[in-house]
Design a protein. Structure first.
Lengths: 214, 236, 214, 236
């Protein structure tokens, strides 16, 4: 079994592709780790869709405000220069193309940029979409951080999503434990392999053809 | 002199009838008007359509209202959460209806209702099952879906400070949907942590102007949903 | 020549029909005078479409702020409890039906409630509409204050407007120097005659049939 | 550290090309960014489409920009005013185009552009000549017209205080269209009376969050259009 990147390394690798001064929205899970790996000399401003720019790290137990949450409903802090606003303004930032990068987790992502990360489509599942569909349509660059396969070894990078879509043709780049993968007009292409990972392993664990690094 | 203050939660909520559509502010626990929601449980109106981003947590607040059988329909973006048990049970038993609306579309539909905009176009949901059955059109080479405004008979909202004219400020991310819901409801009922005098809120800092508010009730020490749940509380 | 109501009396008469606690938008000209005749025991809150609720009277020369204007671009003051907001919020109040009463001047008003007060339609006129079309569509009650006839004696209350419309079927009540006139499903009806004014004079100066007081 | 400050008006405006669409904040004289407008006269870009509620007064500010022949098209709600002479003359000579948009529709179209809403429905103009040629539809028994978003390449805006991240506050009714224009332009350029440190603006009081602002230039003692006109000034 190969090693590849850890969750932290995946997040750090994604952070390297975010330019200085970017307005960034981080999804729940591994994407949240991106905030811990901002490259030296850069500053990102974090947007949380429940109504804040300038979100800071979690508070200590003694200085938390129960009203100050992020979109994952975790307590957060406000950095100097932050701003609060209501939901219509917050989603204007998203829908209006003002957020530069959104980093999301996913269940599946397809070679045509489709993403499925909100519902398994199971008959007894309670549908719950939150802001995911707004984010994938509105944010300029949609990055995905995900393990290359599910826990049971199924491919998450697939030819076509079998789960219900969150958005069609929206993902531009994927950061997995094995590789950085670009979504191109011709499908998946490996941009960079994790240390010690061979291209053949990436192809084997991908549910469709993936092009090697150029 | 105009004075929108109402002395008690019970009086503020007295005329909410069975079958009403009620917007409830808050995003999860943040900004949830627990005292107004519990007051609505005491009041007893049933067959309510409730609009909120979520469906409540634990057995207090919105979850308790649902658990008490007063809600026949929820309109929300995210009905699941780690501590949401009441809604899933009723939903799986077919005892409550659900309309799922993406969070940004939900916010914009509520704002549209307040702004007199009966419908608008958005790219959100295009290409997904949530766009099925909705009118779509191409504008400048991109496909959009049409979404209608979303109105309510009542809005129940929590704020930080209010004056007798109904000018409001909020606390941090507790602001969320509340200013929009104040705009979109026929009757907006606000619980405020502090009732201040006319002129005490700088006109530059007013978040919700009083024109969008009908009744203000002071609840000086509001409970917080997270605290109630951590304490294992339920209501009633 | 009959006397009828003065401009101030017309404004005072209109003010009597505005309920306590109303949110009111006053047009330029005679409508502005309404603010000087608020009946005892009532309070109106004035909205100005450029972004303020709680507008107060004109300032003294020494305490004016050049940035604090009304929609007529005159300097005003802010009363305690006022609020500032941007234009989209301001016209949400208008379009969304939150303003109770708008009092407008007019060039013509028709028996079906049509109003024409923004353009003469002259070929060389520069069209300038401002917020008039938003107000007549959005505000719950559209009141008009106007002289019953033009300076040259032409009727301003007409069967159908000949000038381009500001809005169709929107006016509910008209306050002239001669009478208070309701716009009913059956057309104009005099609700009240000014002191010393006979109904026949009102009919004579109206450009269409007008019903007498009931 | 992010710092959107630009040292001079000239540098802030340097890249506005001929043919650009430029939103200019202000309602009449209130909130008009006179130094930025005069900077644009110095800069010299021509064939501009300008979006503003009015067309300027006297021979300063927007009227001077128009008078200098740099504007080929105005989009506004009210091109007339008591001291507006420059625009009417050019308009009657057929040397400038005009699109008249009702004030509320103008505001909402600008907001829609900033909010990613390509079109919406409004009752404003129904039954009037301004609705001619526009798509209309009945919704819930009432007729509405469809209006498209209104975008710009640049917005020129005046504010009261700004921090290096571009968070803005305004002064009284000088706020008017400016926060909307900040949202709707590709590049937003702000002149601020006071440049304050990061954190000096209470996050509850920010009117325009910095995400909508690209460049901030400090103009500590801005002139006011009304004062210039009273003094009989002209520009350049």
């Amino acid at each position: 079994m190969s090693s590849g990147w850890t969750r932290e390394q995946m997040a750090a690798r994604a952070a390297r592709d975010i330019p200085d001064g970017a307005y960034v929205n981080l999804g729940i899970g591994i994407p949240e780790l991106v905030a811990r790996f901002v490259p030296e000399g850069r500053e990102f401003i974090y947007h949380t869709e429940n109504g804040m720019l300038g979100m800071g790290p979690p508070p200590g137990d003694d200085d938390r405000d129960l009203d100050l949450m992020n979109a994952g409903k975790k307590y957060v802090t406000a950095l100097p220069g932050s701003a609060y606003f209501h939901h219509a303004d917050s989603f204007s930032m998203i829908r209006g193309g003002h957020i530069d990068v959104c980093v999301l987790g996913t269940m599946q992502v397809a070679a045509n940029g489709d993403i499925a990360n909100w519902s398994t489509g199971a008959p007894d599942a309670i549908p719950a979409v939150g802001g995911a569909m707004d984010l994938v349509q509105g944010v300029k660059n949609i990055f995905v951080i995900t393990q290359h396969t599910t826990r049971t070894g199924d491919a998450k990078l697939v030819e076509r999503c079998t789960y219900p879509l969150t958005g069609a043709g929206v993902v531009s780049r994927i950061f997995t434990d094995l590789a950085v993968v670009n979504v191109t007009p011709d499908g998946f292409r490996v941009a960079e392999l994790a240390p010690g990972i061979a291209f053949d392993e990436v192809q084997e664990k991908t549910g469709t053809t993936i092009a090697p690094p150029q | 002199m105009i004075d929108k203050q109402v002395p008690t939660v019970a009086q503020a909520l007295a005329d909410i009838p069975d079958g009403a559509t009620v917007m409830i502010g808050g995003f999860g626990a943040s900004g949830s008007p627990i005292e107004l929601i519990h007051g609505l449980i005491d009041q007893g109106a049933t067959d309510l359509t409730v609009i909120n981003n979520n469906t409540g947590n634990g057995e207090v607040g919105l979850a308790a209202l649902i658990g008490n059988g007063q809600v026949s329909r929820m309109i929300c973006s995210f009905p699941r959460s780690s501590q949401s048990r009441v809604f899933p049970k009723l939903y799986r038993e077919g005892r409550i209806q659900l309309e799922v609306v993406p969070q940004g579309t939900l916010a914009e539909r509520i704002r549209a209702a307040g702004a007199g905009i009966p419908a608008f176009y958005t790219p959100t949901t295009v290409g997904t099952i949530l766009a099925e059955g909705k009118e779509q059109r191409e504008i400048d080479g991109r496909t959009y879906v049409m979404e209608p405004w979303l109105k309510a008979d009542f809005a129940l909202v929590k704020c930080e400070s209010a004056d007798p004219l109904g000018n409001l400020t909020f606390n941090k991310t507790a602001r969320n949907f509340s200013p929009l819901m104040c705009m979109a409801a026929t009757t907006t009922i606000v619980q405020t942590k502090r009732l201040v005098a006319r002129g005490d809120i700088d006109p530059e800092h007013v978040v919700t102007p009083g024109i969008f508010v009908n009744r203000v009730v002071e609840v000086p020490n509001p409970v917080h949903e997270d605290t109630l749940i951590a304490d294992g509380r339920s209501y009633p």
